[in-house]
Design a protein around this ligand. Structure first.
Ligand code: PA5
Length: 340
């Protein structure tokens, strides 16, 4: 990967390869940590993350990882509006890689009008220009928003931790461990290109639990945006109360269930995964299982994201599509903007 992502026009392959290095590309901008520590709960009464697509997912991951230890409510918004309970006692973190996403800009303005404690994470443009520079973390430019996940995480996750009165994670020592564990994981799992071949012409259904629920969702969105293919995501235990009735249609609909397993599962969840796999196999359905070697929930989440990001890029190549472009998203923005 080139040294300066600001100027780089990287391929999606090299960005996914550099995933763990991007975690330490830029630390939370000076001064923001101190402001967040000053505001820390119980002074603020909640944290709301705002963003769409590739800029939304880190907020969802942060909430899934921090919800068990947070003294205040955490929520995320992927829309123009904020819920009414998000008031001046809440911290709101607006993330838009491009800085031009209209839903995020609208929610930002509402949060500003309500007097919320606002923070922005962006490369600049409109969001950069309307945000308080002391509370704005500027991301390196030049890559696709979804590929910037590690850089967004390196800002949003410690910011959320500080707002909750927690010690922010030190990502530097983690990177080395993640690289070692990635190699170990690849010895156990299918090669990403192999899984991509299995997924091709099927509809993957990523199934996660707790902190891996947003990771299942991330995998779905990466298959959509990079490989231009349909996919969906489910969560346990909820899927045991509805989706399980649909498994008899999985073969005719070419659905491929992919279980995201965690070493942190409680015994009830473990039994549910086993029972789900038993029912699926009983219907003659092939079940893929992914487990990471991580020593924390954050590590597990990052390892599975990187692995499935790679699968989505390999699938793009198999399908002969460009993982870097999102022509339909651009067309939609043009239509909404009255340009077409
Ligand atoms: O990954 C992508 O390109 C999209 O999902 C974008 O993240 C989404 O359209 C929102 O744009 P932005 O991240 O620039 O706010």
């Amino acid at each position: 990967m080139k040294d300066n992502v600001d100027e780089a026009e990287e391929s999606m392959d090299s960005l996914v390869d550099s995933f763990f290095d991007l975690l330490v590309r830029k630390k939370l901008q000076g001064g923001i940590k101190e402001i967040a520590e000053e505001l820390a709960a119980p002074r603020i009464e909640g944290v709301c993350t705002v963003g769409m697509g590739g800029s939304s997912i880190v907020g969802q991951i942060g909430i899934a990882l921090l919800q068990d230890s947070s003294p205040v409510p955490l929520t995320f918004v992927r829309d123009y509006q904020l819920p009414m309970f998000v008031d001046e006692k809440w911290a709101v973190i607006c993330v838009s890689y491009s800085g031009t996403t209209e839903e995020t800009l609208s929610a930002y303005k509402t949060a500003d009008a309500r007097g919320c404690e606002l923070f922005s994470i962006t490369t600049g443009r409109k969001l950069g220009s309307i945000s308080d520079p002391r509370r704005t973390h500027i991301l390196p430019k030049g890559i696709q928003p979804r590929a910037a996940l590690p850089m967004i995480l390196a800002a949003v996750f410690p910011l959320m931790q500080c707002l909750l009165g927690q010690e922010p994670v030190n990502l530097d020592p983690l990177v080395k461990k993640l690289k070692v564990n990635r190699k170990r994981m690849l010895r156990r799992l299918r090669k990403p290109e192999e899984l991509a071949k299995i997924i091709d012409n099927k509809m993957p259904a990523f199934i996660g639990w707790r902190h891996l629920v947003p990771i299942a969702y991330r995998a779905k969105t990466q298959i959509n945006e990079n490989a231009k293919a349909p996919a969906y995501s489910l969560e346990l235990p909820e899927a045991n109360h509805n989706e399980i009735e649909a498994v008899s249609a999985y073969t005719s609909q070419s659905i491929l269930p992919i279980l995201l397993r965690s070493r942190y599962e409680d015994s009830q969840t473990e039994s549910r995964f086993q029972a789900t796999a038993k029912i699926l196999r009983g219907e003659g359905i092939n079940v893929e299982t992914i487990r990471a070697n991580g020593n924390s929930k954050l590590e597990e989440a990052l390892l599975i994201i990187q692995y499935l990001d790679e699968v989505s890029v390999k699938l793009a190549h198999i399908r002969g599509v460009n993982p870097m472009t999102v022509p339909q998203i651009s067309l939609l923005k043009d239509i909404l903007g009255g340009k077409r």
